[in-house]
Design a protein around this ligand. Structure first.
Ligand SMILES: Nc1nc2c(ncn2[C@@H]2O[C@H](COP(=O)(O)OP(=O)(O)OP(=O)(O)O)[C@@H](O)[C@H]2O)c(=O)[nH]1
Ligand SMILES: [Mg+2]
Length: 461
């Protein structure tokens, strides 16, 4: 038996108190093996694909472990393409582990991370871009990230890559004619006319969407900073929509930084409330400010809060100077509800290029959310446009690197053509572009490539 077909088992759901949990098994003979721990073995062994069977899992010594439902799948009509089954048991962590233990004692091997999807790929059920999308769906933190990953699972990247590959194959055919028949007979080859430049641009254009895709998938770190009492914790609570950080009129309330995950227009943002900045000789407060500055230094974006009632001070200007230059900063003028002179607020806001808000009333918060999103997209994501705007957004650095390799090879082929180098020189670069594109979908793959790719998957997927 091929080692890829050996029966494997994995707990496919998160371990924690829950109504139900799913244990997945796959591989040649897995239903027979499972039946050795099932109360109605004959029913399982003779089961047709896509049928459900009620019964009990026992430990091999007639002790019932759990009451379960088993779904049976027959090859090739299953996720992996192999004979498979899913065991729906009760969700208590202890119970799930006992059922899983019973299966291991029957002879199942514990599956490696991503092993089910790896088998699905090997059996031609999905290409590598869809396999990666499976993992992206599992780890999506916002509805937008999930929708983008679903798009990739339905084959948007695979189709785009296939189009580029077909284009490169067509060009290769024209070059092959050049190799077979000398130039006098076929006339000179033109990179533009053949679409070679366009193929390279399409690769680069899709590659440039990776940062944007990763922003939605992996999110960003946003730190709130500013002088004491500016309203940082109030703003933190407002953005979080939860009374999480302590707010008080006492200066220096926040000592340790506080963090929480929020959804900013579809981007998962780890938001940090930090200790207010002021001159202090108190050791604990100094340590709080030191830790806060570390958080600010590692942030993708800083929201620097200024109290509108007091207006920006020289100290604010100095504090802003201390934020690392490469870190984008949005200035936020808080407490604009505090009466005062609205025109003064407006001039302070424009002097500071600040976004006026009130953490107390919620005024301006939608605008602030939009500004956070657009700054993160500008900083991290580029436009994703270019001469040939990409129709898909990728998340995988593996795909991006291969697309750039293909684009570089296509560029070299274009140069060789314009320098009228021999067709076999052009063919070498074209071949490299084709190989890189083939690796993206997995048409060309090796055990090392697959090991590297599936290492990041969770067990049970
Ligand atoms: N009117 C008004 N008061 C606000 C607003 N935001 C914060 N405050 C008040 O300002 C005071 C300080 O607010 P905090 O959120 O604790 O300020 P902070 O910047 O976290 O302060 P430290 O943790 O000490 O650095 C509190 O009394 C808040 O109720 C606002 O938008 N409008
Ligand atoms: Mg605070």
């Amino acid at each position: 038996m091929n080692s890829d077909e050996l029966p494997i088992a994995a707990i496919a759901t998160a371990v924690g108190p829950a109504a139900l949990a799913v244990i997945r098994v796959s591989g040649s003979g897995c239903v027979r093996l499972l039946s050795s721990r099932f109360s109605r073995p004959d029913a399982l062994r003779s089961a047709a694909g896509h049928t459900l069977h009620h019964g009990a899992v026992h430990d091999g010594e007639n002790r019932v472990v759990d009451e379960v439902l088993v779904a049976v799948y027959r090859a090739p009509a299953s996720y992996t393409g192999e004979e498979s089954a899913e065991v729906f048991c009760h969700g208590s962590p202890a119970g799930v582990r006992r059922v899983f233990g019973a299966l291991l004692s029957a002879g199942f091997a514990a599956a490696a991370p991503g092993e089910f999807t790896r088998r699905a790929f090997i059996n031609g059920k999905l290409d590598l871009t869809r396999a990666e999308a499976v993992n992206e769906i599992v780890s999506a933190q916002t509805t937008d990230a999930h929708a983008l990953a679903m798009d990739r699972l339905s084959g948007s990247v695979e189709r785009a890559i296939e189009e580029i590959r077909a284009q490169l194959v067509g060009i290769m055919a024209q070059i092959a004619i050049q190799l077979d028949y000398p130039e006098e007979e076929t006339g000179p080859v033109d990179a533009d006319r053949m679409g070679l430049k366009e193929a390279g641009e399409r690769c680069r254009s899709i590659a440039s969407t990776c940062e944007r895709g990763r922003l939605y998938q992996h999110g960003a770190r946003v730190a709130i900073a500013g002088r004491t009492n500016a309203g940082k914790s109030s703003l933190f609570n407002r953005l979080l929509r939860q009374d999480r950080s302590i707010v008080s009129e006492t200066h220096g309330t926040t000592r340790d930084y506080v963090e929480a995950l929020i959804d900013v227009c579809g981007v998962p943002v780890r938001l940090f409330d930090t200790a207010g900045l002021r001159e202090s000789s108190e050791a604990i407060e100094q340590e709080g400010m030191r830790r806060s500055s570390t958080v600010v230094a590692s942030a993708d974006l800083v929201l620097y809060v200024v109290d509108a009632y007091e207006g920006p001070t020289r100290e604010d200007a100095e504090r802003l100077e201390q934020i690392p230059r490469h870190t984008p900063t949005l200035r936020v003028l808080n407490k604009v509800d505090l009466g005062g002179d609205p025109s003064r607020h407006r001039s302070a806001a424009s002097e500071l290029s600040a976004i006026p808000v009130s953490a107390l009333t919620g005024a301006g918060i939608d605008h602030l959310n939009d500004a956070i999103l657009s700054t993160l997209l500008d900083e991290k994501a580029g436009s994703g446009g270019g001469p040939t705007p990409a129709t898909v957004i990728i998340d995988s650095e593996r795909q991006r690197d291969l697309l750039l390799r293909a684009a570089d090879a296509a560029d070299r082929a274009v140069e060789s053509l314009s320098a009228s180098l021999p067709a076999d020189v052009v063919a070498v670069d074209l071949q490299e572009a084709l190989e890189a594109v083939g690796e993206i979908t997995g048409e060309i793959s090796s055990a090392e490539i697959l090991d590297e790719m599936f290492r990041g998957f969770c067990v049970g997927k």
